[in-house]
Design a protein around this ligand. Structure first.
Ligand SMILES: *Cc1c(COP(=O)(O)O)cnc(C)c1O
Length: 394
């Protein structure tokens, strides 16, 4: 294959097969163990994974469930949140964060975000706290923890539930995502940093009573069997998923390190090309890590100011280079939430982000050659010549 052909290969936004295929034999063995045992519901692999995740996140307890969306729902149920209660959360997030609040009959109260990290602005949260506020639900977006110290201060006694679906392993001043609030919620959806072969989720907490309640709630509220003190849901982590995740978890730190290398390479090369991180007039604004925070880079998300984002995405698409917009429509502007009464312009930082963000490939198995194709295309779009800083082995 000629060098030209190679350099024009498509670059995917994400390729889960590159990660999973080398693990095929190990995964097959783990799955075979489950099928042999026939323990499909709450089999030993589930308990093993809960113990491992609790240890990994630095939490006392971890409780498996069927998805990240259910983890959020169960967390809110454990805090007995329902009609008449308000939960403060960002509008710039995946739908599930607000969907869980809505499904319990509580009111999502959207607060604006910080422009540099896209995470909840503690000052905006403070303004929205009322006597009806029963929880604050920050999202550790794109792999970086929200400003938890300032949020805790703003919240006082109001519990904080972390939506850590995108941030397993992220570090905040020496503590990990999921161990920073009352309850942490994780997702094992295939695009997350720890991705299963389908849906899966986990909750973390240091509170023994909450942990116990979560175990009852995820299993129809029954304990002992057929005796229901609570109305729960059917939301169990599948043993087959737990077996797959048990094979993948020991590799998670290596994958995070690869994501970090890719992020550093983007930043170094974009710096070298003169894309100015500070100036909003520049053709690109790069993501930043807050002091004391280590991102796990679930996404590498740049801003493209000046109304050129969609043109850039089309430009990349024409060159078969993957990119994605997380998220094009903020939740307060979704049709299903319009009756909450948030006018256009009510969350200006969120709305501007939705118009400017573009996420670039950053998955662990992305090759340097592929990454340099992404960088070269961005440079070309901006009218800058790009020569990769190092030559690649063929
Ligand atoms: C993926 C995600 C969820 C939902 O997780 P699922 O496992 O897909 O239900 C919730 N919140 C955020 C921020 C997410 O990225």
């Amino acid at each position: 294959m000629s060098a030209t052909t190679t350099s024009n290969q498509p670059v995917p936004m994400l390729d889960v097969n590159r990660q999973n295929q080398p693990l095929q034999a190990e995964v097959d063995a783990a799955l075979a163990e489950v099928t042999r045992s026939g323990a499909f519901v709450h089999g030993p692999a589930c308990g093993d994974l809960e113990t491992a995740i609790a240890g990994y996140c630095g939490s006392k307890y971890a409780i498996g469930c069927a998805s990240g969306s259910d983890a959020l729902l169960l967390a809110l149920m454990a805090l007995e949140i329902g009609p008449g209660d308000e939960v403060i959360l960002p509008s710039f997030t995946f739908f599930a964060t607000a969907g869980a609040v809505w499904r319990l009959g509580a009111t999502p109260v959207f607060a604006d975000i910080l422009p540099d990290t896209f995470n909840l602005d503690p000052a905006e949260v403070a303004k929205k706290i009322t006597s009806a506020t029963k929880a604050v639900l920050p999202v550790h977006l794109f792999g970086q923890c929200a400003e938890m110290d300032a949020l805790s201060e703003a919240c006082g006694d109001i519990p904080i539930i972390e939506d850590a679906a995108q941030a397993i392993g992220a570090d905040y001043h020496g503590k990990r995502a999921g161990s920073l609030g009352q309850i942490g919620c994780f997702s094992f959806y295939p695009t997350k940093n720890l991705g299963g072969f389908g849906d899966g989720g986990m909750l973390t907490t240091d509170d023994e009573q909450i942990a116990d309640k979560l175990r009852v709630l995820r299993d129809h509220g029954q304990r002992p069997r057929y005796h229901h003190s609570l109305v729960g849901v059917n939301s169990r982590l599948d043993t087959l998923q737990a077996a797959v995740l048990g094979v993948k978890l020991p590799r998670l730190d290596d994958w995070a390190a690869s994501r970090q290398r890719h992020a550093d390479h983007y930043v170094n090369e974009f710096d070298r090309l003169g894309f100015n991180q500070q100036s909003f007039g520049a053709s690109l604004t790069l993501p930043v890590e807050s002091p004391g925070c280590t991102s796990v880079w679930n996404q590498f998300t740049v801003r493209v100011p000046g109304g050129r984002r969609d043109a850039l995405q089309s430009f990349l698409q024409e060159r078969e280079i993957g990119s994605a917009i997380y998220y094009p429509v903020p939740l307060h502007r979704q049709k299903c939430f319009l009756n909450l009464g948030y006018a256009e312009g009510s969350l200006p930082v969120t709305e501007q982000a939705a118009e400017e963000v573009l996420s670039l490939p950053v998955f662990p198995e992305l090759t340097r050659r592929e990454q340099d194709r992404v960088i070269a295309a961005l440079a070309e779009f901006s009218g800058i010549a790009y020569v990769p800083s190092e030559r690649h082995a063929a």
